[in-house]
Design a protein around this ligand. Structure first.
Ligand SMILES: [Zn+2]
Length: 264
């Protein structure tokens, strides 16, 4: 009997929408216009001469090959943050950039943790993680890819998505990493609490510890996290599936766009 394999897409489409606070610009050169653009560009480059020349109408069906020019940050859409994003030094050494993340880390057993009971701007604690693992009777092992399900991806495109999501604490992150886990994913806008919540807490206490505690844990301990996952609800089981999350290889960058999938 042939084994049935199911691939579940856990990634957001990169689009010019309000899903992103920073601008995503996609300049599209479509089939119809493309031939005119090409001919004009070749003209300007001096490519044409007496012997070599063609017009837009000479291209079959008068349709050029579509092309797109994309402008966006490395943190747009579903993406993987590398240690270099967290700080220049990690575990006392130069922090790894995204192009130096071992690919062995990016394809491993997935573990889905249900934290959907966490409310707006609420911190996910180490106790929450311990309980979530207890609920599924699972002990983490090195290189598992842990997916934190809060359900906040359902607010994508609203202010609630940016400003009210729950976030990982340093303690929750270190609890997971102590098992040898290298990649943790979450379905929120950011891995830590929303920016405004962190600034409010800092303003009240003047304690530096309120700024990105989970991100900055990555200066002490080498790990990566995936932000802006979607669709974790579609994974039918907490364990017994693989996760693939290979980031696009951008030289010396702190993060990169990643097509994350669960393979059942
Ligand atoms: Zn990021």
């Amino acid at each position: 009997m042939k084994m049935q394999r199911q691939i579940i897409d856990l990634s957001i489409s990169l689009e010019e929408t309000k899903n992103e606070p920073q601008k995503v610009a996609i300049k599209r050169i479509d089939h119809k216009n493309g031939t005119n653009v090409l001919v004009k560009e070749l003209e300007e480059l001096g490519f044409f001469n007496d012997k070599i020349r063609f017009e837009a109408k000479d291209i079959p069906d008068n349709e050029f090959l579509a092309n797109e020019m994309v402008e966006l940050t490395t943190h747009c859409g579903t993406h993987l943050d590398a240690p270099y994003h967290f700080g220049s030094i990690c575990e006392g050494k130069k922090a790894r950039t995204i192009d130096n993340i071992p690919l062995d880390w990016c394809y491993n057993d997935g573990v889905l943790l249900d934290l959907t009971y966490k409310g707006a701007c609420e911190l996910i604690t180490d106790l929450d993680i311990e309980r979530a693992l207890d609920n599924i009777q699972y002990t983490l092992k090195p290189y598992d890819i842990v997916l934190i399900k809060t359900g906040y991806d359902r607010f994508l495109g609203t202010n609630k998505y940016f400003a009210e999501h729950p976030g990982m604490s340093e303690e929750a992150t270190s609890y997971i990493c102590k098992f040898g886990v290298k990649i943790i994913g979450i379905d929120t806008f950011g891995f830590d609490l929303p920016f405004k919540t962190m600034v409010n807490e800092f303003s009240q206490t003047k304690e530096k510890k309120h700024f990105w505690p989970a991100h900055l844990y990555g200066r002490k301990k080498e790990y990566c996290h995936i932000e802006r996952l979607v669709n974790l609800d579609s994974i039918p089981q907490p364990v017994g599936f693989k996760v693939a999350c290979f980031p696009i290889k951008i030289a010396n960058a702190g993060a990169s766009w990643t097509r994350v999938v669960a393979i059942i």
